[in-house]
Structure formats: structure tokens, C-alpha cells
Design a protein around this ligand. Structure first.
Ligand SMILES: O=C(O)[C@H](O)[C@H](O)[C@@H](O)CO
Ligand SMILES: [Mg+2]
Length: 390
């Protein structure tokens, strides 16, 4: 079998979107005086699909969510020529070929995200070729079902957040993640607002539901050191991305500071990047996203490294490209799940673009033993809601 063609398309949502609101989610732009719509550069309203065809008629489907237009250009110009004519089962060789040939600029960030999209499509092909779901190629069914946590609760008014948290309880979730809306520039009143939002959610969900707290790179080391002791009474499952992804020593200092586990990794790349995070004990939860980190080929290596450090892997985003890895390793105890709703931040756009992702039932997801490959197809019902660039 040989790869005969690589087709990339950029899907940019032109349908209804929920307008941004102030303090929606703390983020890396908040430190700037002219931050404007600070989440503007962190919306996922576009996605790149990667369809890799073989000379035997199979089509593998991959995806990239970061900088979709750039990802398409990288795949079209640099990566497609490296894999066309090759055997997809030589996936490690093909990964090294893509990694090494773009090493000067592609080992982190959008270069590695583009490699991820190609790699995911290659694994979809391999599963389809042998008639097995991808997780069966990675280690098989290590769980009867995958526990998952509801992930939204962006900062709005406290009553709306309490109603949203209650809705996840009503759906049977026993874990959920909320976002902070304030950071260092908002001073003591912002701290109070942050603490009040956690108290409000805890008031609804009680003490026996896991609550994760998301800073999305919007705090800094000094502010987080002040916040952590104040947050301990809420017993969060983890505090996520309090500092910039490059501040690995800051992560490590925070992770040693209190009983609250620090999580991160959705903005880290390759098994080399995660070796650094783990050797420095910088995170207590590894959160790569397979469509960024280097695809399934890199993610499975990270799973093994994390397992050797006894650090759990709970990938960013849920979504099929991550679920197969979580199913195939005991090192990954659960998955993130983005509730489906109107397009807002854009994490939920995945459901408008693809069909096949499992629906959670009582806080659990399952994958089908009989569906070969990743189990995803493009959702053509919404194509008219997208501007599509071939
Ligand atoms: O952990 C997450 O889910 C990510 O940080 C979100 O996708 C991001 O959009 C901010 O909430
Ligand atoms: Mg996050």
C-alpha cells in the first residue's frame, strides 16, 4: 500500500457564534495594557482537515486546530511531498522524515501541529487497513468505558455558572472544569471574584465532585503563589496552566508549593518537550493534545514516559484523536469533554465538522470495538455553515 494523495481543506465557521464577553477566560494576553478582546487569538473558529488517500482506495482523516491556514500551507508545501509514495505502515519513519526535514522551524508550535494532522490521518488509514479501531493498534481496551469531565464553565455571572454546573450534575458528570476570569492586573477585587466563582460552583456541586480550575496561561508565578493557599479549601483536582508554557521552572516551583496539583501540556510539543516537564516535576497531570503534540506517534511515546513517572495523562480537548490514546493506556484515567452548544470559544466546532465522536452517558464515553480506524467522518450537514478553502 502507498500514499497516493494528501488533501487539505480549511473550514472557517461563518455560522452563528456567541459574542465574546469581558473576563470570559483569563489568558496570556491579559498582562498587556491594550489587550482588547483578549481571547480573540484563542478562538477555534477554523479547522484544517487532512485526508490522505492510498493507492488501495483507503482515506485517512486527520485534523489540525491551531492556525488552520498556516497548517494547510505547511502540509501542502512541506509534508505532503514527504509522505506521498510511502507506505503508511512506516509511520515512525514518516514521522521522523517530517520532524527532521522541518526541524529548523517545525519542532514546536504550528509545524508540529501540522505534522500531527498528517500523522493522525496515517493512523486512521492503518486502522482501516487492518479493520481495527486505532486503540486496538495502541494497546487495546484498557477500560470498559472512559470517564470524562465536563469542560466549559467560562466566567459569566455566578448564577449562570451555578445553573451550568447543575446541568452537568443532572447529566451524570462527577467531574467538571471551570475557567477563571481574572488575573494579576485585576488586583485584590479580581482575586475575590476568582474565589467567589469557585465558591459558587462548589456550593452547587458539593465536595464529592471533582472540580478542575483553568487559568489558560493568564496568571503569573507571583500571583499564583498568592492564590494557591486561598484555593486549597476548595480541594481542586488540579490548577491548569497558571503560567506561560515556557515557564517550566515556574510550573515546577508551583507544583511543589501546595497540595494542589498543577496541570499543563496543551501548549507543549513532542516527547522531548514532555521529558523536560516530567524530569522537572513541572506538572502533576500531562495534558497534550494529539492534534498538536506530534500526532498519535508522539503521543503514545509520551504516554510511556508519563507512565514511568506515575503522572496521569488526561489529554486536552477530548475528541477522537485523543480518546483512542486514553482507551489504550492505563496511564490515562479520563478524558476531557467539551459540551456541545452554540459556537463560542470554538472547542465545540469539532462536533459541527466531524461525525463519530461518542456521546457521554453519566460521565462516561465508549469507543466501538468494531469501527475501524479513528471512527470519524466529515459532517457534511454543516458544510454550508463553513467557508471552505481547498
Ligand atoms: O483545557 C482546555 O480545555 C483549554 O485550555 C481550552 O480549550 C481553552 O480554549 C481555554 O478554555
Ligand atoms: Mg487548558
Amino acid at each position: 500500500m502507498k500514499i497516493s494523495n494528501v488533501r487539505t481543506r480549511v473550514f472557517e465557521w461563518k455560522g452563528h457564534t456567541v459574542p465574546p464577553t469581558a473576563h470570559f477566560c483569563s489568558n496570556a494576553m491579559d498582562e498587556l495594557w491594550d489587550k482588547g478582546d483578549s481571547m480573540g487569538t484563542f478562538r477555534f473558529h477554523g479547522w484544517t482537515t487532512v485526508e490522505i488517500e492510498t493507492d488501495t482506495g483507503l482515506v485517512g482523516l486527520g485534523n489540525v486546530a491551531l492556525a488552520p491556514r498556516i497548517a494547510k500551507a505547511i502540509i501542502d508545501q512541506y509534508l505532503a511531498p514527504l509522505v506521498i509514495g510511502q507506505d503508511p505502515f512506516d509511520y515512525e519513519y514518516l514521522w521522523q522524515r517530517m520532524y527532521r526535514s522541518t526541524h529548523a522551524w517545525g519542532r514546536k508550535g504550528i509545524g508540529m501541529a501540522a505534522i500531527s494532522g498528517v500523522d493522525i490521518a496515517i493512523w486512521d488509514i492503518m486502522g482501516k487497513a487492518v479493520g481495527q479501531p486505532v486503540f486496538k493498534l495502541l494497546g487495546g481496551r484498557t477500560k470498559e468505558k472512559i470517564p470524562c469531565y465536563a469542560s466549559k464553565l467560562y466566567r459569566t455571572d455566578l448564577k449562570s455558572m451555578q445553573e451550568e454546573a447543575q446541568s452537568y450534575l443532572d447529566q451524570g458528570f462527577t467531574a467538571m472544569k471551570m475557567r477563571f476570569g481574572y488575573g494579576p492586573k485585576d488586583g485584590p477585587t479580581g482575586m475575590r471574584a476568582n474565589l467567589d466563582s469557585v465558591a459558587a460552583v462548589r456550593e452547587v456541586i458539593g465536595e464529592d465532585v471533582d472540580l478542575m480550575l483553568e487559568c489558560y496561561m493568564g496568571w503569573n508565578l507571583e500571583y499564583t503563589k498568592r492564590m494557591l493557599p486561598k484555593l486549597e479549601r476548595f480541594q481542586p483536582r488540579w490548577l491548569e496552566e497558571p503560567v506561560l508554557a515556557d515557564d517550566i521552572d515556574g510550573y515546577a516551583e508551583l507544583n511543589r508549593l501546595t497540595s494542589i496539583p498543577i496541570s499543563g501540556g496543551e501548549h507543549e510539543f513532542t516527547h522531548y518537550g514532555f521529558r523536560q516537564l516530567l524530569e522537572k516535576r513541572a506538572v502533576s497531570v500531562v495534558q497534550y493534545d494529539t492534534n498538536r503534540v506530534g500526532g498519535i506517534t508522539a503521543a503514545r511515546k509520551i504516554n510511556a514516559i508519563a507512565e514511568s513517572f506515575s503522572v496521569p495523562v488526561i489529554p486536552h480537548a477530548g475528541q477522537m484523536h485523543n480518546y483512542h490514546l486514553t482507551m489504550a493506556t492505563l496511564a490515562s484515567p479520563m478524558a476531557e469533554f467539551f459540551p456541545v452548544h452554540d459556537v463560542e470559544i470554538g472547542n465545540e466546532l469539532f462536533y459541527y465538522l466531524f461525525e463519530g465522536d461518542p456521546e457521554p452517558v453519566d460521565g462516561f464515553l465508549d469507543l466501538d470495538d468494531e469501527t475501524p480506524g479513528l471512527g470519524l467522518t466529515l459532517n457534511e450537514r454543516y458544510f454550508d455553515q463553513f467557508h471552505i478553502t481547498e
